[in-house]
Design a protein around this ligand. Structure first.
Ligand SMILES: [Zn+2]
Length: 327
């Protein structure tokens, strides 16, 4: 089912771009959903210079309302396994271990799911270098993101990344400003580890050009999260990564979470707001599949949602000290 394009002169980013073009032509649902995306409405909020957009996107209802408890997951057919995917959905091999698929329910003008070829658990530890390599291979046009199994992944039982257009998420344009807001910066070798609190989000930035240094910093942050939370499983996090070809450096943003869905998600009637925050949402493009939520959501609602799903200041400081003591 997976077919690679033979033109060796095309960059990997151009190959996946071409895949999307073909899939929107040969796959009706996919074509319709990408066409509908151009009509989505956007609201913009500004929190002292931090921009958060709201995108009204009815096509995302399945993902936003996905049941991700163990029972529901074990009772459904995995939609990322090749045998359960629609025959019309084609893939491009990446790193020998993954298939790049067009996401038929897009948020970005070009949106991909990068699934592992095996049905293996969603875990980032041991696959962080894959994320960097994908960021580099697709870096001309796309960023890569990862949602933790308890933090927004709608298939927590099947390892996958996603990719979307560079220049789409407000976070990217704000990186310079956010760096200047950092509460602490560490310098392992030629790279940096930065703790950033912009009032809405608690983030750790890993930046530099050396993959093994970045991987080692990632492992340190990961282990520090586990130690400070007293857990053995993967800490709650979302990660965004992109590559800048001119400087040959990677920027990795780790969002440090404490909760998957906010209270308003579970509220009833008027009080309910169906917003299920994952990497794209907290990267600055919040998705509301329901028109009513898109219209009624306020700046205070957004502040409350971010406040609930991110770790608090005291914990973030503790994490920073723990990482500083290890690097
Ligand atoms: Zn699967």
């Amino acid at each position: 089912m997976c077919k690679n394009i033979v033109d060796e002169n095309m960059s990997f980013a151009a190959i996946v771009e071409d895949l999307l073009k073909r899939q929107t032509e040969e796959w009706e649902l996919c074509g319709k959903n990408y066409a509908d995306l151009s009509g989505t409405k956007l609201r913009k909020f500004d929190f002292e210079g931090v921009q958060i957009n709201i995108q009204c996107n009815p096509g995302r209802i399945t993902s936003t309302s996905a049941k991700v408890d163990n029972k529901s997951i074990s009772e459904r057919k995995c939609f990322l396994c090749e045998e359960n995917r629609p025959a019309v959905q084609k893939g491009i091999d990446a790193l020998g271990e993954y298939n790049v698929l067009v996401n038929p329910f897009p948020i970005f003008p070009m949106h991909y799911t990068i699934t592992n070829k095996g049905h293996v658990q969603q875990r980032l530890l041991g696959r962080f270098i894959d994320m960097l390599n994908l960021s580099k291979d697709m870096g001309e046009k796309f960023l890569i993101f990862y949602n933790g199994p308890k933090c927004g992944a709608s298939a927590p039982d099947h390892m996958h990344f996603q990719a979307g257009n560079l220049g789409f998420l407000p976070l990217e344009a704000q990186m310079e400003k956010l760096r200047s807001m950092s509460v602490a910066t560490l310098y392992p070798g030629t790279s940096t580890v930065r703790f950033v609190d912009d009032g809405l989000r608690k983030m750790v930035f890993l930046e530099g050009g050396n993959q093994s240094e970045l991987n080692s910093s990632f492992e340190t942050v990961f282990a520090s999260l586990q130690r400070t939370q007293g857990i053995f499983e993967e800490p709650m996090m979302n990660v965004i990564s992109y590559f800048q070809p001119e400087s040959e450096t990677y920027s990795v943003i780790i969002f440090v979470r404490k909760k998957h869905r906010p209270e308003c998600y579970f509220a009833e009637g008027e009080k309910q707001i169906m917003l299920s925050p994952a990497a794209v949402d907290i990267g600055g493009t919040c998705i509301t599949p329901r028109q009513e939520d898109f219209e009624k959501i306020t700046a205070d609602d957004l502040k409350q949602i971010f406040h609930e799903v991110f770790v608090d200041e005291d914990y973030f400081l503790r994490l920073q000290n723990e990482v500083a003591g290890t690097i």
